[in-house]
Write a protein that binds this ligand. Structure first.
Ligand code: FAD
Length: 458
């Protein structure tokens, strides 16, 4: 065998499993195969001058490379079982929290010291939310910020690079079970290992599905979250963001009894484009560095759609809605809340006259032509509900960007060790369908590494 353990994907799942395996110092030969570039060479060509929007690079530097999809993210590590994944269903609630706390310790000791750990538990805000039909979920959140998140990744890479064999710009094409382990086809090469950890994230979900089909591993179809990104003056939300930084709030709509939730809150942040498989959607960032702060806060409002038989392609459904916005707006569409509720599109002039300055150059348009009525009605209802705890949220000039889509992978059948029915083949992180966040994906990597270490001589 070329390696003891081969890891596919250098996102948080892959990195933290490599970290834990290398730290054990058991003389293991560990390889990481990653289709994107190393961290210092990841560069999105959008510079706002020559390249203003996504040019659909063959390998997206935002989604792929060392650090995975989270490398340029806001670096919010939520320590909770209430959202971010269902790792606890496999490893137990207490253990899942301990794993996430351990990940936090690693981040703090690799450049994250000095960053703040926020907590929503027992806060006065929780009570105010309840009084208004809103439910604030319990969590601790370490906000690294995009800048410190990068520093942490850089430090972890420097520590690992002499202990782990990293192969960048290398897409794994095939995984094959062989006598005593697995063989990966990478370009013209064949790499073999006793054990294999797959952590290819959301961007690798389609490929992962084909691997499962080839190997007879059962998968279950999952869900998709669809919504908008809200941007408004930061002052409106400071009573919440100053105390909690990120608040995950859930609301049940009166009309359809659907659940709408806030997601990925970025105080003083910026709204950004995201490219998933060539489809441009919207997301948000914020920086720990105060010099990079804007006057706006942004967060997503999402509605989860779960499908029942015979429909199985939940991601395809989300992609089609995002494609509609790309078709009408050439990318992301922006609309004033006031225009949306009056049933008219936003125009360049209406956006220019707006009291909120958009942080993303999106095309003014009409989100009601893109987002299904049921989902849009739920979002409008929640904006009015949020207005009660953060007055000003439902102002006419509040900006809505669409479409924000959270794609989920099909859920792969794995056991409590995150091992598939094919012995020695582990599926972790977001491509397992079990995690949807930095902390859960990272924790799944640690869990698998420890399981492998404990069973080395077995
Ligand atoms: C803009 C943005 C902001 C985000 N912000 C946050 C946040 O603040 N907090 C939070 O909790 N979560 C956030 N997330 C989500 C978070 O980044 C993911 O949940 C997390 O990165 C999942 O980790 P992972 O290791 O499972 O997968 P990924 O991070 O997606 O990594 C998978 C890696 O596998 C590689 N790969 C794919 N296919 C192959 C193949 N065939 N061969 C070799 N390599 C392959 C990819 O190139 C990629 O680098 C954000 C995501 C985005 C896009």
């Amino acid at each position: 065998m070329d390696y003891d353990i081969l890891i596919i994907g250098a996102g948080p799942g892959g990195i933290f499993s490599a970290y834990e395996l290398a730290k054990a110092d058991r003389g293991l030969k560990i390889g990481v195969v990653e289709l994107g570039r190393e961290l210092s060479k990841r560069k999105c060509p959008i510079d706002g001058k020559k390249v203003k929007s996504c040019i659909r690079c063959p390998v997206c530097s935002i989604m792929s490379g060392f650090g995975g999809a989270g490398a340029f993210s806001d670096g919010k590590y939520n320590i909770t079982n209430q959202f971010g994944g269902t790792l606890y269903e496999h490893v137990g609630k207490q253990h899942a929290i301990e794993l996430m706390q351990y990940v936090d310790e690693i981040n703090v000791s690799h450049g994250g010291e000095g960053t703040k750990l926020y907590s929503t538990a027992n806060s006065q805000i929780k009570r105010v939310c309840l009084e208004n039909g809103l439910h604030l979920l319990d969590a601790q959140v370490r906000h690294l910020g995009t800048d410190i998140n990068y520093v942490v990744l850089e430090n972890i890479y420097n520590e690992l690079k002499d202990k782990v064999d990293f192969r960048f710009n290398s897409a794994v094409e095939r995984v094959e079970r062989i006598e005593g382990g697995y063989a990966l086809t990478v370009g013209g090469e064949r790499l073999t290992a006793k054990k294999c950890i797959v952590s290819v994230g959301r961007s690798g979900s389609k490929w992962m599905e084909s691997v499962c089909n080839d190997m007879g591993i059962t998968t279950h179809s999952n869900r998709v979250d669809i919504g908008v990104r809200v941007e408004l003056p930061a002052d409106i939300w400071t009573p919440l963001t100053d105390k909690l930084y990120e608040s995950k709030i859930v609301y049940r709509t009166e009309k359809f009894e659907d659940l709408v939730r806030t997601f990925c809150m970025n105080p003083h942040g910026v709204v950004v484009n995201e490219n998933t498989n060539g489809i441009v959607t919207v997301n948000g960032h914020s920086y720990e560095d105060k010099t990079k702060h804007t006057e706006n806060t942004n967060f997503a409002l999402l509605v989860s759609k779960h499908f029942s038989e015979p429909f199985k392609d939940s991601n395809g459904y989300g992609e089609s809605i995002a494609r509609l916005s790309n078709m009408l707006g050439g990318g992301v569409i922006v609309q004033r809340f006031g225009d949306l509720v009056r049933g008219r599109r936003s125009t360049e002039k209406r956006i220019a006259d707006c009291f909120v300055t958009p942080t993303l150059a999106a095309t003014p348009g009409d989100l009601s032509l893109v987002i299904p009525k049921r989902i849009l009605d739920g979002i409008i209802e929640m904006i009015y509900a949020l207005d009660k705890i953060a007055p000003g949220t439902a102002n006419d000039d509040t900006l809505l960007y669409g479409v924000e889509v959270k794609f989920y992978n099909m859920e792969v059948e794995i056991d409590e060790n995150l091992e598939t029915t094919s012995p020695g083949l582990y599926v972790i992180g977001d491509c397992s369908g079990v995690t949807h966040s930095l902390s859960h994906a990272s924790a799944s990597g640690i869990h698998v590494a420890r399981h492998i270490l404990e069973n080395l001589d077995a």
